[in-house]
Design a protein around this ligand. Structure first.
Ligand code: VGL
Ligand code: ZN
Length: 199
């Protein structure tokens, strides 16, 4: 079991939390769980990535222009900011996606660093092979990120206590989790991470 590990926090932004423009039910509940993972990874000297949905005002992602969603995470708005209680370390690599008005860009593998480097390239440069993925939403951006990671040859572990889904259909998150597992992802909770001694 080689391979450097990294924590990947997907789209924990105000608009996906209660009170936001596209609230994931109980979306803010992932925040304390993710803070615990952040502390663990940081103490172990492992990289922390945080993706953000970052849409222009007009995008085919939004209902008004043919998409599925109400406007959310519009660039430079309060709703696009990370949840205020999320304790991102200073050296967190911020990944930005959804800027292209012609693409949904659910997956963090469509995102780039602030130096405009694709996520996969940044991971490869750092020798990272194993992604621990949590955040919002289980059935959209978490799902797409994990499946793309697996397709790109990374190992992926889902942080079961640090994800929440939209569940347009009530079973959507459960089905997404099964799909990720079929693709090769495994699942863990914070307690199991500690037991496994993943330092
Ligand atoms: C997301 C719906 C629309 C997500 C983003 O972050 O899961 N879901 N845009
Ligand atoms: Zn979006």
């Amino acid at each position: 079991m080689g391979g450097r590990r990294a924590l990947v926090i997907v789209d924990v932004q105000n608009d996906f939390c209660p009170g936001g423009a596209l609230p994931v039910p109980e979306g803010d509940r992932v925040v304390p769980a993710l803070n615990a993972y952040i502390e663990k990874f940081q103490k172990a000297g492992l990289a922390v990535y945080a993706s953000r949905d970052w849409h222009p005002e007009k995008t085919k992602h939004f209902k008004a222009f043919g998409g599925l969603w109400p406007p959310h995470c519009v660039q430079n708005t309060q709703g696009a900011k990370f949840h205020p209680d999320l304790k991102l370390p200073k050296d967190t690599v911020i990944l930005t996606k959804g800027e292209d008005p012609n693409e949904d860009s659910y997956s963090a593998f469509h995102a780039r660093t602030k130096e405009k480097k694709p996520f996969a390239a940044d991971l490869k440069e750092k020798g990272i092979e194993h992604l621990y993925v949590g955040g919002l939403a289980t059935d959209y951006c978490v799902r797409a990120t994990v499946l793309d990671g697996l397709k790109n040859g990374f190992k992926a572990t889902l942080l079961m206590d640090a994800i929440k889904g939209v569940n347009i259909k009530p079973e959507d998150s459960a089905e997404a989790i099964q799909e990720m597992e079929r693709g090769g992802a495994d699942k863990i909770t914070f307690y199991e991470l500690r037991v496994a001694g993943c330092e």
